[in-house]
Design a protein around this ligand. Sequence first.
Ligand code: WQD
Length: 338
Amino acid sequence: MRVLVTGGAGYIGSHTVVELLTHGHEVIIIDDLSNSKKEVLNRIQTITQKVPTFYQGQVQDEPFLTQIFTTHSIDAVIHFAGYKAVGESVEKPLKYFENNLLSTIVLLRVMEQFNVHKLVFSSSATVYGTPTKMPLTEEDPIGGTTNPYGATKFMNELIIKDYCVAHPEMAATMLRYFNPIGAHVSGLIGEDPQGIPNNLMPFITQVAIGKRPELNVFGNDYPTRDGTGIRDYIHVVDLALGHVASLETMQQNKGYVVFNLGTGKGTSVLELVAAFEQANGVKIPLRIQPRRSGDIAENYADCTKSKHELGWVATRSLIDACRDSWRWQSKNPKGYNQ
Ligand code: WQD
């Protein structure tokens, strides 16, 4: 298939582009490079020996997007493009609502104009808000989001769901990611946060290369087995393969469907640090800090539905992800700013 990947130069987007190309699909990337670097395109080509078509720009720029659909006969879209920093979203809600929602609305309008009916949307476990039971299934309640970033993921699901009601020819798949970590085994692509990392793994790898003196552990008084936050850490390549499986099973079914993409296992902050130290033979100095506002104690997935309906399961281990994250970071101490 010819697949348009919005945000395809980003962390999850680039890993998904690699797997799409490896599986014989043709890829067109749109990315505004606000949170990614063009160098990733060279790395994708080195890994796959294929060159994805690239357009720099914003999805919500309707003339720009229309021109791309005019030039290329697109079969399906994977929509990653969006701002994703939880903390920044609290400080700048309008920036997040405008960018993350308008991009989806314009994308759907142009898809309708060009009769493109297959959409995979990058959603997030954050739509479950503060859950009351674990593990989380796709039928659990959503919407109690605790920050504007999470609210935009929830609202985008509503927008797409209602669009599908009005357009029965649509096939739209919401993929709710848990916590992506790791990197392609080559070490050529990986997570390259700008500034101080918000997420746990990139902070750990920056401590490991000596860029940061220690890891702040945000709270050790949660009601969990060791007091630190528990999450479902899924290898980014497993996540990417979940997107390929979604596209390839989309051939036969229509309508709006939702899948959790996780491992089904919860791992605490201290357990992830211990796994990283064991996998890579490094020591990560820690400092226990107060809880981070908006954090929840525990969050991990029930992935039964993805296994039965996508034929997909995560196969890479926590140790694999720790090794792969470290290989990426140690080969690219400045990320893509080499
Ligand atoms: C994980 C755990 C922290 C950093 C968010 C979004 C989600 C997804 C991933 C956006 C928590 C603890 C973290 C640190 C720490 N998409 N932690 N020290 O908050 O679960 O999910 O990012 O990118 O939609 O909600 O991920 O990696 O920030 O935190 O102790 O320096 O690690 O308290 O328990 P989170 P995270």
